[in-house]
Structure formats: C-alpha cells, structure tokens
Design a protein around this ligand. Structure first.
Ligand code: MIC
Ligand code: SF4
Length: 644
C-alpha cells in the first residue's frame, strides 16, 4: 500500500515514536513562526532555556497582531521581539509587513518541510505543501531549541476534489462547505489531505484559504500537494528553487475518503456565533448590513484584493455600510497600489486598514450595537469583534464586495455584474526590506525589556492530592476568546499578573478575584466544562493565566488539541468523567477532593473525584502520554525542559 503525502512528510521528520495513528509521535521541525501576541511569551520561555541560537532551518518573528499601539505596551513588545530576534538568529518581520501566515506563504513556505507556529492558523502553510501546525508558544520555543514537536500520529482523510468552481464561488466557500460537512468538533487528531483533479484548478493562495480554516474544524492541519501550480507561485515569488513536487502515492491508504465536487458549491456564509453554523448566502439575501470588512489571514491575498477592487470599480459602498479593507501583506498592498486597484478601492469609499490582524482580533473596527457585520475572516465567536451584540457572518471576498455596494446581504450570482476574472500574476513585487535578517555572528545584542514585560510565572511541582473547589462550571464550545479575551485586552499579553485580571471576562468577571482568594487560602481551583473546551486560538495564556490564578485541574467532556497541550505545558491536569452524565452531578461551588491524584496518574490508575458537598464519588479518566505525565509532575514543560 502506498503512503499519503502526510505520512511521507511525517515519516521523513519522525524522531520519537512509531507511525501508528493515535500514538504520540515527536517530529523534527524545520521552520517556526511566531506573532507578537504569543511571541513575547515564547521568546521569554526560549531565553529561559539558556540556548545561544535557534536550531531550526528558519525561524521568523512576525509583528501583526498588536499594531494599534494605544499606550506604550505594544511598541515595547515590538522592540523586545526585534532585539531577541537579532540575538538568537531569528528573522524579524516589522509591523506593517503583513499578517504572519500570508507573508510566510509568500516569502518562506517550502513544500515538504515541517513548521510549527504559535498561532492556530499556522496550517495556512499547508497550501504550499508543508506540514504546518499551530501550537502554544512554549511548544514553539522547544522546537526553536531543536526539541521534537509532539503530536498524536494523525488519522488522514483524503478530500478528493473534482470539478471546478463556478463563477462567483471561491475558496472560502469550499472551506465553509467543509465546515458544513465536518463541523467544528470531533476532528481532533485528523489531518485533511486534499487531492484529486480539482486541486489543479486552485491557486496556492486559494489552497491556503482552505487549509487556514481547517483550524476551525479542530484538525491537526490540512495539506495540499505541491504541483505545477505551486511551482508557478514560487517562481512568481522569485523562489522557484524552493519548489519540489510532493504528492501522495496513487494507491495511498486513508482513514476516510470523501469526494467534493467543486462545481456544486454555492456562495456560503457562517452565521453567528460559530464558523460551524454554515448557511447559504441565498438564504440571507436582502438583510441589511452595517459593516463589511475584507482581510485577515484567510482572505487577503493579491487575488482576493484585486477581485474586490474589480467589483467595486466605478461603484460606491452603500451610505449605511461601513466598508474596510486590510490587505494581508505589504507585498499585496504595494502591488494593488502600483497597479491602480487601491485607487479604485479608495474611490469606492473603502477605509484602508493596516496590513495586520486588526479587525479580525477585535483590536479595532468593533461594529455598532446589534450590527450585522460581514467579514472575510475565519472566526465569528460572540463578542470577538469587540461588540457583544453584533451578528458577525463569515463570507467570501466576492460576497463582501457586492454586499458592500448593495448595503444588503447579496448573492453575487444574482447581482447582475460581470464576473471579475483575476489571473495570478507572473511576477509578484518582491521587496524584503521590512524583514530584518539576523547576522551570522551578531555583536553583543542587548535584549530590550519594557516595564510591561515580565518573566513568565512558574508553577509548583504537582501536589499529591487536589483539594479545592469548582470555581466555574461552563457548557459546550467554550473558546479561548471566552477564557482569555484578546481585543482591547491584547496589550497585556506580556504581563501575566495584569492579563490574569481578565480571565473568563466574557463569562464571569468575578472569576479572577474569587480564584486568587481561594488560592491564597491554600485551596486548589478547578474548572468544569462541556464539549470542545478551548477551541479557537493557540494562545497559551488561556492556560498560563488560569495557572497563575491557582487552577490545578480542568474537568471537561472534551478539550481541543492545542488547548489540551497548553494545559499540560502549564501543569494543569485535564480530566474527563468516565460517565459523561456525571457532568450534571457536580455544580459550581462544590468542594472537591482528588486524593492521591499524582500517584494515580503516574500509575495509570483511575482518579476518583470526591464531591464533599454532594457526598458522592465519581470516576474520572485522562488521556496522557508518559511524557505528558512527567511534564505534569514537574509542574509544566519549562521546568521539565530545563531539567532535561
Ligand atoms: C486568533 O485568531 O484568535 C489569534 C489571535 O490569531 C490567535 C493567537 C493569539 O491569541 O494570539 C490564534 O489563532 O492562535
Ligand atoms: Fe490574525 Fe485573525 Fe489570522 Fe488570527 S485569525 S492570525 S487574528 S488575521
């Protein structure tokens, strides 16, 4: 039996374990990326490891999330990141150079390589044929230090693409269709491998739109083969030498195969408040829209922006609709400026936003109360836009543009417009002057630390028993945006004590004070949750800040992959009820004991939860590798790594 493309790349990089789906394996990482909102912690942790230089082929530090710079904090962080990059041999991408995933695809992505990045949309790199996986900052720091990166050896699904997209239907609609099929949960431990004749009809940035939003399905990553189209893209980026052909064997084995006929897909949208609530745009036509925003790492490529410009040319955004565009990279911005498309967009009334994450992370452009906002990004969790009552729909650039003109939700197929056929350029504009490349033998670089930057707090070694209280009980689908909000709070990412004041802010503002008080009494804090806890972002602060507040355990029906790894990395035990219905037998405020938990976990024995308040005992389970058990015992990955 032949091998899938996923298996080929993973086997070539395998350093720990055996390629058996479900097993924990360690792989060698060729490239890493970080962004500023997770990067400061990742580099503080890297510094704590005491190495002189990164050991990867390439590590890039992007500044794209916190570029609003209200107050000194963000700018201080940028300076810290720049100095640390120079010291440890990391490429630094200055603020204004663009969104990490878009820029990395343009300038550094290489077929057949492995990458991990401290951002959940790192799978964007799958569009160019890489195994590119999102992780917490600490895992990325370990990979920068040359340590293996651990994942569950995946089950691989083949998505066999056939046919061709109709006019006005684009890559965003393909991935929304995928979300309709696979939903946002139940896909942990899976890699989606795209194949089939339909692949050749999609350009690399279109493929990247599809792999980018694989993150919303909760998969480990998604990947496309590297073919002639990939070569064409790399050649146009002046990097043809980086190209290699990569594909699965014809007789490759897969855990599941589904056919997706591109010609049957229609313009789609994800309705509030989940990327998994997929509907057809035609169901919404006529609904008034208050805001339309085009950008983010999902849909901000040259092709996306030119498509929007061609639709908007000679027209105007509706007077009642605020219309903004954020090109994904400086390359895209420079090209659309030089080719006149930017002028068409400005003429149409577009607000030109910085090439950065911006609106996608709720850093600005929060819509009005109860607004209907149409956005080309990938997440529409409640409140993520900065306005709790806003109804955010995720749509394609084509739907965005026609709806901005009409002022209502519009199916582009019925808008009576000529289809803007945008060709991929033969040559992209190449100007790498906003990267700062490290010198081979850097002079003594002094690392800059502003007053907002503090060393990450450490955890104690795991205690023998957990004796404490259920401090919070939440339901299904709690995202990391619920646990550790970004937006206006993003500027405290480098200051854990301050940022911890906002843990669970959208759910229960009393959580931090209650938890701190309980911790000071010497009791342990426990969180209880339903299904798919910790979905969304890779932000390790969603584990690090609860750790700081004394959280020792999370009992959930299920935890999403990156968050589960982050919990272990910060010494928080993640448990589940043996009998899921026991979730209803424990309430917030209940006094809990887990006697001998440390010894039981080390001996792979079941853990008992003694509910002192209700006078009952319930059995808990856990799914931890031997390595993860050791990490928990040490109180987290940093202590474990430094000890090794
Ligand atoms: C996001 O889209 O939620 C973010 C902001 O890019 C996060 C990273 C972060 O919280 O810094 C992600 O996707 O991992
Ligand atoms: Fe930035 Fe949004 Fe992409 Fe996250 S999803 S990396 S915030 S553009």
């Amino acid at each position: 039996m032949g091998r899938s493309l996923t298996r080929k790349i993973l086997e070539e990089h395998l350093v720990v374990g055996e390629y058996v789906p479900g097993n924990e394996i360690g792989i060698k990482i060729d490239q890493t990326l970080t962004q500023d909102a997770t990067g400061t912690m990742a580099y503080l942790q890297f510094e704590a490891m005491g190495l002189d230089k990164v050991k990867t082929e390439l590590s890039v530090s992007y500044v794209d999330h916190n570029t609003v710079q209200v107050g000194f904090e963000n700018a201080d962080d940028h300076k810290y990141l720049q100095s640390v990059a120079a010291k440890f041999g990391i490429v630094y991408s200055k603020a204004g150079n663009g969104i990490c995933h878009q820029v990395h695809l343009e300038r550094f992505g290489k077929p057949g390589k492995t990458m991990t990045g401290s951002d959940s949309h790192t799978p964007t790199g799958g569009g160019i044929g890489m195994i590119s996986i999102g992780a917490g900052g600490l895992d990325v720091a370990v990979a920068m230090g040359g340590g293996p990166f651990y994942i569950t050896c995946p089950r691989v699904y083949k998505i066999n693409l056939v046919g061709e997209l109709s006019d006005w239907v684009s890559a965003k609609d393909v991935v929304l269709k995928m979300l309709e099929i696979f939903s946002v949960k139940g896909n942990v431990g899976v890699i989606m491998e795209y194949a089939g004749p339909g692949v050749a009809t999609l350009s690399v940035p279109e493929r990247a739109t599809i792999t980018n939003m694989g993150a919303e399905m909760g998969v480990t990553t998604s990947i496309f083969p590297s073919d002639e189209e990939t070569r064409r893209f790399l050649k146009a980026q002046g990097r043809e030498d980086d190209w290699t052909a990569m594909a699965a064997d014809d007789d490759a084995e897969y855990d599941k195969v589904i056919d997706l006929d591109l010609s049957t897909i229609e313009p789609m949208a994800a309705a509030p408040h989940s990327p998994g609530k997929v509907i057809k745009v035609s169901e919404m036509t006529g609904t008034k829209v208050d805001q339309v925003l085009v950008g983010s790492c999902t849909n901000s490529s040259y092709k996306d922006m030119v498509t929007v410009a061609k639709i908007m040319k000679g027209k105007r955004a509706h007077p009642d609709t605020s219309f903004g565009i954020a090109p994904g990279s400086r390359q895209v911005l420079q090209m659309i400026a030089k080719e006149g498309y930017l002028a068409d967009l400005i003429d149409s009334g577009a607000r030109v936003l910085e090439s950065a994450c911006g609106f996608c992370i709720g850093n600005h452009q929060s819509p009005k109360t109860d607004a209907i906002s149409l956005r080309t990004n990938n997440r529409n969790f409640e409140g993520r836009s900065g306005t709790k009552s806003a109804q955010v729909y995720l749509i394609s650039p084509e739907v965005a543009a026609v709806s901005a003109v009409a002022g209502t939700f519009t199916d582009p197929r019925t808008a009576g417009l000529a289809f803007p056929n945008v060709e991929m350029p033969d040559n992209f504009l190449i100007d790498d002057s906003m990267f700062i490349f490290p010198q081979d033998a850097p002079p003594n670089v002094e690392v800059y630390r502003g007053p907002n930057i503090g060393n990450p707090p450490s955890n104690d070694r795991m205690s023998d028993d957990i004796i404490g209280d259920i401090m919070l009980k939440v339901g299904d689908n709690i995202t990391t945006d619920h646990i550790m909000p970004a937006g206006a709070r993003l500027k405290y990412r480098s200051n854990v004590p301050k940022y911890s004041e906002f843990v669970f802010e959208p759910v229960d503002t009393t959580f931090p004070t209650r938890s701190m008080e309980n911790k000071e009494k010497g009791r342990h804090n426990i969180i209880m949750a339903g299904k798919s806890y910790g979905q969304g972002s890779s932000r390790e602060h969603a584990a690090l800040c609860p750790m700081y507040l004394g959280v020792k355990a999370v009992i959930a029906k299920s935890v999403e992959r990156i968050h589960a790894a982050n919990l272990v990395n910060f010494g928080i035990v993640s448990l589940a009820f043996k009998n899921e219905a026991d979730y209803d037998k424990v309430d917030q405020g209940d006094e809990i004991e887990m006697p001998g938990i440390k010894q039981k976990i080390m001996a792979s024995e079941p853990v008992m939860l003694v509910n002192k308040t209700k006078g009952m005992e319930l059995e808990l389970t856990y799914d931890l590798s031997d390595r993860q058990k050791e990490i928990l015992c040490e109180g987290g990955l940093l202590a474990y790594t430094v000890k090794e």
